[in-house]
Design a protein around this ligand. Structure first.
Ligand code: NAP
Length: 252
């Protein structure tokens, strides 16, 4: 692996929402490819720490609530202090609120837009300043099928993830010349806490499975290869791309 363009040895990644689900899957994959990883979480990511240790890499735990922009600068500073640099940022933390558009509340709008879009932007700004000063880096935003589609009963989630797609392209335009790659991964239906309600709903679960060409829900580990690719030198000429990892969902 040492000469492989996918090798991340010597790089430091920040992964938000790294205690569980897709964030855990991506953090472990980056570590397996050689990166040390700062795990940003509001609950103890002990399980992810052990998985990174098992991969033979270092981790740092940064406790932060990403409901507001308050911890953004601290996350960058603590990562540098603990692991030495900031080369990769994976903006994974996100929430969803479900309600009919006619009944959707301002609270459900603000909570989702703040974490999924506003804090994502300002954390990326803080990381981008660091990367620009140090010769480059990679930003990977976790988007969604609802970056491309409308969805139903998830107004703020669709707005936020459509916004993530737009920001990915805007930041790529502004930062490609600074050797910072900004791209996104759009997961399909992945079995995590975020989709527990859908998995438990027999009708919705059947409808979803019938539409996924590969015929199964994704696992968080299914996102790992895409993240390693976008974080690596193999993707040096890839800018502003939104890579679907969806078992074929969008091809239907
Ligand atoms: P998940 O298991 O619920 O994980 C979400 C992560 O974000 C958790 O670590 C959660 O922390 C963290 N988080 C949420 N709000 C936070 C806050 N205020 N401060 C700090 N951390 C916060 O769901 P997931 O499916 O892995 O979701 C990860 C990302 O993938 C999200 O952006 C989601 O929108 C996106 N996504 C998921 C799917 C899917 O099918 N699962 C599909 C498309 C996109 P806690 O554990 O403390 O809540």
């Amino acid at each position: 692996m040492s000469n492989s363009p996918f090798n991340l040895t010597g790089k430091v990644a920040i992964v938000t929402g790294a205690n569980t689900g897709i964030g855990q899957g991506i953090a472990v994959a980056l570590a397996q490819a050689g990166a040390d990883v700062a795990l940003v979480a509001r609950r103890d990511p002990a399980e992810t720490v052990s998985m990174i240790e098992a991969a033979g890499r270092k981790s740092a735990v940064i406790m932060a609530d990403l409901a507001t922009t308050e911890p953004c600068e601290r996350i960058i500073a603590e990562t540098k202090a603990a692991l030495g640099s900031v080369d990769i940022l994976v903006n994974n933390a996100g929430i969803i609120r479900r309600n009919d558009a006619l009944d959707f509340t301002e609270d459900d709008w603000d909570a989702v837009m703040d974490t999924n879009l506003k804090v994502l932007f300002f954390l990326t700004q803080a990381a981008g300043r660091e990367m620009a000063a140090n010769g480059g880096g990679s930003v990977i935003n976790v988007a969604s099928m609802l970056t491309f589609q409308g969805g139903i009963r998830v107004a703020s989630y669709t707005a936020s993830k459509s916004g993530v797609g737009g920001l990915t392209k805007l930041l790529a335009n502004e930062w490609a010349g600074k050797d910072i790659n900004v791209n996104a991964i759009a997961p399909g239906y992945i079995a995590t806490n975020n989709t527990a309600a859908l998995q438990a709903d027999e009708d919705r679960n059947r409808q979803i499975l019938e539409r996924i060409p590969v015929g199964r829900w994704g696992d968080p580990s299914d996102l790992g290869g895409a993240a390693v690719f976008l974080a690596s030198d193999a993707a040096k000429y890839v800018h502003g791309h939104i890579l679907a990892v969806d078992g074929g969902w969008l091809a239907r």
